[in-house]
Design a protein around this ligand. Sequence first.
Ligand SMILES: NC(=O)c1ccc[n+]([C@@H]2O[C@H](COP(=O)([O-])OP(=O)(O)OC[C@H]3O[C@@H](n4cnc5c(N)ncnc54)[C@H](O)[C@@H]3O)[C@@H](O)[C@H]2O)c1
Length: 384
Amino acid sequence: MGSVRIGIAGMGNMGATHARHVLAGRVARLELTAVSDPNPARCAAAAGVPAFPSAAAMLRSGRIDAVLIATPHYAHPPIGIAALRAGLHVLVEKPISVHKADGERLLAAHRNPAQVFAAMFNQRTDPAWREIHRLIRGGALGEIRRVNWINTDWFRTAAYYASGGWRATWAGEGGGVLLNQCPHNLDLFQWIFGMPRLVRAFCRFGRYHDIEVEDDVTAWFELPNGATAVFIASTGEAPGTSRLEITAEGGRIVYERDRIEIRRNAEAMSAFSRAAPQSFARPETTETVIAAADRGGQHLEILQNFTAAILDGTPLIAPAAEGIHSVELANAMLLSTWREKTVDLPLNARAYARQLRQHVRQSRPKAAAESTPPAEDFSKSFGR
Ligand SMILES: NC(=O)c1ccc[n+]([C@@H]2O[C@H](COP(=O)([O-])OP(=O)(O)OC[C@H]3O[C@@H](n4cnc5c(N)ncnc54)[C@H](O)[C@@H]3O)[C@@H](O)[C@H]2O)c1
């Protein structure tokens, strides 16, 4: 196979953006040979490419080797399972599913290792996140003690929430900021620090917008080594903040506004905090600053990597199997809020699905507005 023939399921904002990239030849050895969307007008972004009214018809068409799933989240597992069963390679948008049980069903359908199955966690291509991942996973600063992560620069307007009938409802989207904007941050969290063992969260539903799902989150995690993390997210604050602070035995990392500041302790801090009582010394530190304005290859790099994985066996930047962790974290934060108590991980997937179903049953139907979200809102999806 000299190139990969891909079909896109869901030609809304994200699907159409991917289509334009592929049609413009920005991804070597990747050809767009089919698209599908129940709304035929949406396929206009890929004029001349055969369009199908359903993903199932496109999967059966024989025109594609791979599918990129860019539909609303609830449709990711059923389309992904059908595509894997049809022997296709699959690239699924984030989140891989709305809830953990659905994500497990999707991952279980990936039985053939020759089929490439990846997730669109484009922020893993950002050089700043790669550097922080390298430093923490490589143990450059020793054991983690504390993480503080503020993610309040996901501001969204009322027009954004009105732009799709599925958005910001339990029945249509299955969550709010945790399921739509934060999958990137939650994926980076687990990629850099691993999964917590305990989660306590306080989600506020419709705090800033007329929506039924969460648009404001304050959460506490405990990692297996006892380190703690605070994770804050909102779509209702402008200007918002994107700030990650990591405190470790060997120093501190602060990443904010295109700058990573690393302060290294000359000696481990526990040598001082547990030293003889008469010592008032604290560790000497040295500072390094890394400029971090470059965003990396983002979606294009994930598409290129997916293509290379199929054609050359290149390792994936973001295997779909790793996408279950961000779903589990989001689910745990919602469950903790609903139950008003700390949740142990691994999460009981069936218990969560049951609780989510209750919210789906009470979900208020929205007028199915189908306008395109304003560009300034959508472009924020590419930010941190
Ligand atoms: N990676 C990123 O940076 C990023 C950014 C934005 C959105 N996304 C993800 O992309 C997905 C779509 O988001 P969006 O903003 O493009 O939504 P959107 O509402 O603009 O587009 C969704 C499209 O899917 C179509 N659709 C619905 N059901 C379908 C089905 N069964 N088969 C085929 N098409 C179907 C709809 O008609 C619509 O055109 C979401 O899961 C979202 O989380 C990812």
